[in-house]
Design a protein around this ligand. Structure first.
Ligand SMILES: [Fe+2]
Ligand SMILES: [Fe+2]
Length: 225
Protein backbone atom coordinates (compact mmCIF):
# COMPACT_ATOMS: atom_id res chain seq x y z
CA UNK A 1 0.00 0.00 0.00
CA UNK A 2 1.35 3.38 -1.06
CA UNK A 3 0.39 6.63 0.63
CA UNK A 4 -0.97 7.99 -2.69
CA UNK A 5 -3.64 5.26 -2.67
CA UNK A 6 -5.00 6.62 0.63
CA UNK A 7 -5.31 10.29 -0.20
CA UNK A 8 -8.99 10.22 -1.23
CA UNK A 9 -10.04 8.71 2.13
CA UNK A 10 -10.88 10.84 5.15
CA UNK A 11 -7.88 11.63 7.29
CA UNK A 12 -9.64 10.25 10.39
CA UNK A 13 -10.12 6.89 8.68
CA UNK A 14 -6.53 6.80 7.42
CA UNK A 15 -5.10 7.49 10.88
CA UNK A 16 -7.18 4.64 12.32
CA UNK A 17 -5.91 2.19 9.71
CA UNK A 18 -2.35 3.54 9.61
CA UNK A 19 -1.50 4.97 13.04
CA UNK A 20 2.13 5.08 11.96
CA UNK A 21 1.15 8.13 9.87
CA UNK A 22 0.24 10.14 12.97
CA UNK A 23 3.87 11.02 13.54
CA UNK A 24 4.31 12.05 9.89
CA UNK A 25 1.20 14.27 9.92
CA UNK A 26 2.42 15.83 13.16
CA UNK A 27 5.87 16.50 11.76
CA UNK A 28 4.36 18.38 8.82
CA UNK A 29 1.73 20.17 10.96
CA UNK A 30 -1.15 18.47 9.19
CA UNK A 31 -4.22 18.59 11.39
CA UNK A 32 -5.48 14.99 11.50
CA UNK A 33 -7.74 15.12 14.53
CA UNK A 34 -9.86 18.23 14.35
CA UNK A 35 -11.55 18.17 11.00
CA UNK A 36 -11.02 14.42 10.57
CA UNK A 37 -13.68 14.48 7.86
CA UNK A 38 -11.40 16.15 5.36
CA UNK A 39 -9.80 13.88 2.79
CA UNK A 40 -6.09 13.36 3.17
CA UNK A 41 -5.40 15.25 -0.04
CA UNK A 42 -7.48 18.26 1.10
CA UNK A 43 -5.73 18.26 4.46
CA UNK A 44 -2.18 18.10 3.16
CA UNK A 45 -2.75 20.63 0.41
CA UNK A 46 -4.14 23.11 2.91
CA UNK A 47 -1.83 22.49 5.86
CA UNK A 48 1.64 22.06 4.36
CA UNK A 49 3.63 23.28 1.40
CA UNK A 50 5.97 20.30 1.65
CA UNK A 51 3.62 17.75 0.11
CA UNK A 52 6.32 15.80 -1.70
CA UNK A 53 8.52 15.43 1.35
CA UNK A 54 5.48 14.35 3.37
CA UNK A 55 4.64 11.68 0.79
CA UNK A 56 8.15 10.26 0.94
CA UNK A 57 8.07 10.18 4.74
CA UNK A 58 4.59 8.61 4.71
CA UNK A 59 5.61 5.80 2.33
CA UNK A 60 8.61 5.08 4.51
CA UNK A 61 6.47 4.96 7.67
CA UNK A 62 3.93 2.62 6.03
CA UNK A 63 6.73 0.35 4.84
CA UNK A 64 8.36 0.21 8.27
CA UNK A 65 5.10 -0.44 10.08
CA UNK A 66 4.28 -3.51 8.02
CA UNK A 67 6.59 -5.76 9.94
CA UNK A 68 7.42 -5.97 13.61
CA UNK A 69 10.20 -8.01 15.13
CA UNK A 70 9.14 -10.97 17.21
CA UNK A 71 11.47 -13.67 18.44
CA UNK A 72 14.16 -12.95 15.82
CA UNK A 73 11.73 -12.89 12.88
CA UNK A 74 9.55 -10.16 11.45
CA UNK A 75 5.82 -10.33 10.88
CA UNK A 76 2.75 -8.16 10.65
CA UNK A 77 0.71 -7.51 13.79
CA UNK A 78 -2.15 -9.56 12.35
CA UNK A 79 0.12 -12.60 12.28
CA UNK A 80 1.09 -12.26 15.95
CA UNK A 81 -0.37 -14.82 18.36
CA UNK A 82 -2.36 -13.43 21.30
CA UNK A 83 0.64 -14.10 23.55
CA UNK A 84 2.96 -12.20 21.22
CA UNK A 85 0.58 -9.26 20.95
CA UNK A 86 0.19 -9.02 24.72
CA UNK A 87 3.93 -9.25 25.17
CA UNK A 88 4.41 -6.44 22.67
CA UNK A 89 1.71 -4.23 24.25
CA UNK A 90 3.09 -4.64 27.76
CA UNK A 91 6.78 -4.42 26.94
CA UNK A 92 6.57 -1.65 24.36
CA UNK A 93 3.57 0.57 25.01
CA UNK A 94 2.84 0.02 28.69
CA UNK A 95 6.49 0.24 29.61
CA UNK A 96 6.72 3.47 27.63
CA UNK A 97 3.75 4.95 29.51
CA UNK A 98 5.15 3.88 32.88
CA UNK A 99 8.32 5.85 32.13
CA UNK A 100 6.77 8.78 30.30
CA UNK A 101 3.64 9.68 32.31
CA UNK A 102 5.50 10.55 35.55
CA UNK A 103 8.22 12.33 33.60
CA UNK A 104 5.70 14.47 31.70
CA UNK A 105 3.77 15.20 34.85
CA UNK A 106 6.92 16.58 36.45
CA UNK A 107 7.83 18.62 33.36
CA UNK A 108 4.36 20.12 33.02
CA UNK A 109 4.32 21.13 36.66
CA UNK A 110 7.70 22.76 36.19
CA UNK A 111 6.76 24.82 33.12
CA UNK A 112 3.42 25.72 34.73
CA UNK A 113 5.37 27.40 37.52
CA UNK A 114 7.73 29.24 35.19
CA UNK A 115 5.43 30.12 32.27
CA UNK A 116 1.86 29.76 33.56
CA UNK A 117 1.49 33.46 34.19
CA UNK A 118 2.19 34.38 30.55
CA UNK A 119 0.69 31.22 29.04
CA UNK A 120 -2.54 30.58 30.92
CA UNK A 121 -3.42 27.65 28.60
CA UNK A 122 -0.77 25.71 30.55
CA UNK A 123 -3.20 25.44 33.48
CA UNK A 124 -5.69 23.63 31.28
CA UNK A 125 -2.97 21.48 29.68
CA UNK A 126 -1.70 20.54 33.14
CA UNK A 127 -5.23 19.71 34.34
CA UNK A 128 -6.18 17.59 31.33
CA UNK A 129 -2.88 15.75 31.38
CA UNK A 130 -3.34 15.00 35.10
CA UNK A 131 -6.71 13.42 34.38
CA UNK A 132 -5.31 11.46 31.44
CA UNK A 133 -2.42 10.14 33.53
CA UNK A 134 -4.72 8.95 36.31
CA UNK A 135 -7.13 7.30 33.86
CA UNK A 136 -4.36 5.59 31.90
CA UNK A 137 -2.68 4.20 35.00
CA UNK A 138 -5.91 2.52 36.07
CA UNK A 139 -6.45 1.35 32.51
CA UNK A 140 -3.04 -0.32 32.24
CA UNK A 141 -3.65 -2.22 35.46
CA UNK A 142 -7.07 -3.43 34.27
CA UNK A 143 -5.46 -4.76 31.11
CA UNK A 144 -2.48 -6.34 32.83
CA UNK A 145 -4.28 -7.83 35.85
CA UNK A 146 -7.67 -8.65 34.36
CA UNK A 147 -8.00 -8.78 30.59
CA UNK A 148 -4.62 -10.12 29.50
CA UNK A 149 -4.49 -12.97 32.07
CA UNK A 150 -8.04 -13.95 31.06
CA UNK A 151 -7.09 -13.99 27.38
CA UNK A 152 -3.97 -16.05 28.10
CA UNK A 153 -6.09 -18.53 30.08
CA UNK A 154 -8.30 -18.98 27.01
CA UNK A 155 -11.38 -17.34 28.54
CA UNK A 156 -13.97 -16.30 25.95
CA UNK A 157 -15.99 -14.28 28.44
CA UNK A 158 -14.23 -10.97 27.95
CA UNK A 159 -16.64 -8.92 25.83
CA UNK A 160 -17.88 -6.71 28.68
CA UNK A 161 -14.40 -5.91 29.90
CA UNK A 162 -13.23 -5.13 26.36
CA UNK A 163 -16.17 -2.75 25.92
CA UNK A 164 -15.13 -0.87 29.08
CA UNK A 165 -11.52 -0.68 27.94
CA UNK A 166 -12.52 0.56 24.47
CA UNK A 167 -14.60 3.31 26.08
CA UNK A 168 -11.53 4.28 28.09
CA UNK A 169 -9.52 4.42 24.85
CA UNK A 170 -12.09 6.86 23.48
CA UNK A 171 -11.74 9.00 26.60
CA UNK A 172 -7.96 9.02 26.28
CA UNK A 173 -8.31 9.93 22.59
CA UNK A 174 -10.47 12.93 23.49
CA UNK A 175 -7.94 14.12 26.07
CA UNK A 176 -5.14 13.80 23.52
CA UNK A 177 -7.16 15.77 20.96
CA UNK A 178 -7.72 18.49 23.53
CA UNK A 179 -4.00 18.58 24.35
CA UNK A 180 -3.10 18.74 20.65
CA UNK A 181 -5.48 21.70 20.26
CA UNK A 182 -4.39 23.54 23.40
CA UNK A 183 -0.71 23.24 22.50
CA UNK A 184 -1.53 24.40 18.98
CA UNK A 185 -0.13 21.12 17.63
CA UNK A 186 2.82 21.19 20.00
CA UNK A 187 4.02 24.53 18.68
CA UNK A 188 6.28 26.39 21.10
CA UNK A 189 5.68 30.05 21.94
CA UNK A 190 8.55 32.40 21.10
CA UNK A 191 9.56 32.78 24.75
CA UNK A 192 9.74 29.02 25.41
CA UNK A 193 12.71 27.63 27.31
CA UNK A 194 14.49 24.30 26.83
CA UNK A 195 12.22 22.57 29.36
CA UNK A 196 9.13 23.86 27.53
CA UNK A 197 10.53 22.35 24.31
CA UNK A 198 11.34 19.03 25.98
CA UNK A 199 7.81 18.90 27.43
CA UNK A 200 6.08 19.47 24.11
CA UNK A 201 8.38 17.00 22.32
CA UNK A 202 7.56 14.33 24.86
CA UNK A 203 3.84 15.09 24.74
CA UNK A 204 3.94 14.78 20.97
CA UNK A 205 5.81 11.46 21.16
CA UNK A 206 3.34 10.16 23.75
CA UNK A 207 0.42 11.07 21.50
CA UNK A 208 1.95 9.20 18.54
CA UNK A 209 2.72 6.17 20.72
CA UNK A 210 -0.85 6.12 22.05
CA UNK A 211 -2.22 5.87 18.51
CA UNK A 212 -0.10 2.77 17.83
CA UNK A 213 -0.98 1.33 21.23
CA UNK A 214 -4.75 1.77 20.88
CA UNK A 215 -4.61 0.51 17.29
CA UNK A 216 -2.82 -2.68 18.41
CA UNK A 217 -5.48 -3.27 21.06
CA UNK A 218 -8.73 -2.18 19.35
CA UNK A 219 -8.04 -3.22 15.79
CA UNK A 220 -5.87 -6.29 16.28
CA UNK A 221 -6.11 -7.98 19.70
CA UNK A 222 -9.62 -6.98 20.87
CA UNK A 223 -11.13 -7.68 17.45
CA UNK A 224 -10.40 -11.38 17.98
CA UNK A 225 -12.99 -11.63 20.78
FE1 LIG B 1 -2.81 -1.03 26.73
FE1 LIG C 1 -5.76 -0.07 26.33
Amino acid sequence: MKFKELTQLSIGEVVTKHPELVRVFMDYNVDFCCGGDRTVSEAIEKDTDEVEALEVAADKAIEQAKLFAVGGTQKSLDAFTNEELIDRIVNTHHRYLRETLPRLSELLFKILGVHGEHHPELFEIHRIFGGLKTELEGHLIKEEKQLFPQILKGSKDVAQLIKTLEDEHDGAGEALHALTDLTNHFTLPSDACVTYGATYDLLKALTADMYMHVHTENNVLFKRF
